[in-house]
Design a protein around this ligand. Structure first.
Ligand SMILES: Cc1ncc(COP(=O)(O)O)c(C=O)c1O
Length: 427
């Protein structure tokens, strides 16, 4: 396909959804209060943010970041390799390593560039990389540049991952074998089967086990120490990668490990680290302050789970299809891309901000609305969201029972519906 054809394809899609008034992307937010935002003059409840602990609007984080700007300026002035390296970065690396239970860490300027940079130099063409099929784009992009052999396993299927590991070791004995998963999957909200994957590492200690815990950090484990801590398998993971763009109220990323030689290798070789400007002081201090807060106030994480459990149960009571979500990310499975765009627009008009995820972010025909909750959501906001979802789920026919009913005869089981309603305390 030529460049012109590729442009035409994307532009046709853009024109089609824009003409129908259902284009949900790049919608400019005019104001934000964290759990609420203003868009096109409407005030909306935000249920699409990864700021799971609501710390980006915590006055302590904001004050510390603002102060850092006055102490350090707004930009770093260079890459960490050269003139942009600050003592703050080293403090942050020590704190992060201690937080996730590793000896050291290397901070990068985004989570995406952490995966790109780290995988780009850890993996060589002789190696085999075994990935969960639903891993994030930054992992696949990171591997692409290495020309290693990429092998995927069915999502969360540890038995298949084990077969792939054994086959790779047998067929390519000269290369290393990497096993890579996310801790919490960013679209489905599912937890990885880390205990089962750690057993593969136990059986084959020479493989390299790499965990992207972008959505587990601050959410799972003791006081938010992450998905590996949650499963008690931190010592089995060779590299824990995390981002600051979710619970850590900033941007940036890090990779933590016990092997200090490998960390030094990464520090001096990761191309996205040495050829990209350093993380600005304000962002670095924001993360340091979040770590202070998390260490002092682990109850924030408990509140997040309370909100999440309530919403997950309420979604089920409404009859929404939410897959195997186990985290603050709760997808609403809609089906067709077009219906998902329309559902998102209807949410917007009703005062709720949540975006659709369509192919290729999710498998074809499984378009969903990605909802995500924060520990700072108030009960009245959650009640409002549930009332809207209950109404729209009926209007759009996206409840579990709609899938089995005859067309036009959706969810005729009045008794079941009445029972469902009785459970919905907000109605
Ligand atoms: C699993 C996963 N890894 C990596 C990233 C990239 O992180 P960042 O947005 O901090 O660049 C994301 C971002 O959404 C993610 O979901």
């Amino acid at each position: 396909m030529t460049l012109r054809q590729r442009c035409d394809h994307v532009n046709a899609l853009y024109s089609s959804i824009s003409a129908q008034g259902i284009n949900p992307y790049f919608r400019p937010i005019a104001k934000t209060w964290g759990t609420e935002v203003e868009v096109e003059g409407r005030r909306l409840i935000m249920i699409g943010s990864n700021d799971y602990l609501g710390l980006s609007h915590d006055p302590r984080v904001m004050d510390a970041s603002a102060k850092a700007v006055y102490e350090w300026g707004t930009g770093p002035g260079g890459s960490r390799f050269l003139s942009g390296n600050m003592v703050l970065h080293h403090q942050l690396e020590e704190r992060l390593a201690a937080f996730v239970g590793k000896r050291g860490a290397v901070v990068h300027v985004t989570g995406f560039s952490t995966n790109m940079g780290a995988l780009g130099v850890l993996v060589t063409p002789a190696d085999t990389v075994i990935c969960d099929r639903e891993n994030h784009a930054s992992i696949f992009e990171g591997i692409k540049n290495t020309r290693a052999r990429l092998v995927t396993f069915a999502h969360n299927d540890a038995a298949q991952a084990m077969q792939r590991v054994e086959a790779a070791k047998a067929s390519r004995p000269d290369g290393d074998v990497f096993l890579i998963t996310e801790g919490v999957f960013s679209m489905s909200g599912e937890l990885a089967v880390l205990d089962e994957l750690a057993a593969i590492k136990e059986a084959h200690p020479d493989i390299i086990f790499y965990l992207d815990d972008a959505h587990g950090l601050g959410v799972f484990g003791r006081g938010g120490r992450g998905a590996a801590d949650h499963f008690g398998i931190t010592d089995k993971v060779d590299f824990i990668m995390g981002t600051f763009s979710k619970s850590m109220a900033s941007i940036g990323g890090f990779i933590a490990a016990d092997d200090e030689d490998m960390l030094r290798y990464l520090r001096y070789q990761s191309r996205t680290q040495i050829f990209s400007a350093a993380l600005p002081a304000a962002n670095t201090v924001a993360v340091l302050t979040c770590l202070d807060i998390l260490e002092r106030e682990p109850e924030r994480v408990d509140r997040l789970h309370e909100v999440t459990m309530r919403m997950r149960q309420a979604y089920r009571d409404i009859g929404l299809r939410i897959g195997n979500s186990a985290s603050p990310i709760i997808p609403i499975i809609i089906g067709s891309d077009e219906k998902a765009f329309q559902f998102s627009r209807a949410l917007f008009e009703a005062g709720v901000f949540a975006l659709p995820a369509v192919y290729p972010a999710v498998p074809r025909g499984q378009a969903l609305i990605r909802t995500a909750y924060m520990s700072t959501h108030q009960d009245r906001q959650l009640d409002f969201v549930l009332t809207v979802l209950d109404r729209l789920a009926r209007e759009f026919g996206v409840r579990e029972c709609d899938m089995v009913a005859e067309p036009g005869q959706a969810c005729q089981d009045e008794a079941a519906e009445a029972a469902g309603k009785a459970k919905l305390s907000y109605l």
